[in-house]
Design a protein around this ligand. Structure first.
Ligand code: S3P
Length: 182
């Protein structure tokens, strides 16, 4: 729903899906994870899309999903994949959609969370071929300006529980809603 949506952006492992679910529950809005929509649309898991179709096919599917989801006539909370901000058209759509919250964390913390996710079955394809921490740092360096471009709020999640991050996001979103529709 244009202008009044809430979308979480940020690197892998920042807790976008966990926080997005908490925030959506508290608002009574539907939560949608863009990566889940891509997997359903393509009929393959994210690692399979990368390995069989390649990253650029994944980015096309991601752009299609973001276009469709940001045009829904319904209040939703969106969690995007870490690379959703790379294409300018996605950034424009996400900005028009509503409040974009950039979740950040220290690279070491992200590395630990990604290891934990991998051990519980959530696998992520390598984006650079570098080791874990070097990849996190390189990708963040390349994308920082894009996150800055879309974000209306930045929350550093280092050492903060998801429920506390959700509280900060809700406070900002409720303030923004009043500003848009007093
Ligand atoms: C990606 C992040 C992933 C997923 C894909 C690519 C990226 O999402 O979209 O593996 O380019 O950073 P998460 O941030 O939810 O892990």
């Amino acid at each position: 729903m244009s202008g009044s949506g809430l979308v979480l952006v940020g690197a892998r492992g920042t807790g976008k899906s966990t926080v997005g679910r908490l925030v959506a529950d508290r608002l009574g809005h539907r939560f949608i994870d863009v990566d889940d929509e891509i997997e359903a649309a393509v009929g393959l898991s994210i690692p399979e899309i990368f390995s069989t179709l390649g990253e650029s096919a994944f980015r096309d599917a991601e752009e299609d999903a973001i276009r469709a989801l940001t045009e829904l006539d319904e209040s939703i909370v969106l969690a995007t994949g870490g690379g959703a901000v790379v294409r300018p058209s996605n950034r424009e759509r996400l900005k028009r959609f509503g409040l974009a919250v950039w979740l950040k964390a220290e690279p070491m913390v992200l590395g630990e969370r990604l290891l934990f996710d991998a051990s519980s079955g959530k696998l992520r394809p390598s984006l650079t071929g570098l080791g874990a921490i070097a990849e996190i740092e390189a990708v963040l360096e390349a994308r920082r300006e894009y996150y800055q471009d879309v974000a209306g709020l930045v929350v550093d999640t280092t050492g903060i529980k998801p429920v506390e991050v959700a509280d900060a996001v809700l406070r900002a979103f409720e303030g923004a809603e009043r500003w848009i529709a007093p």
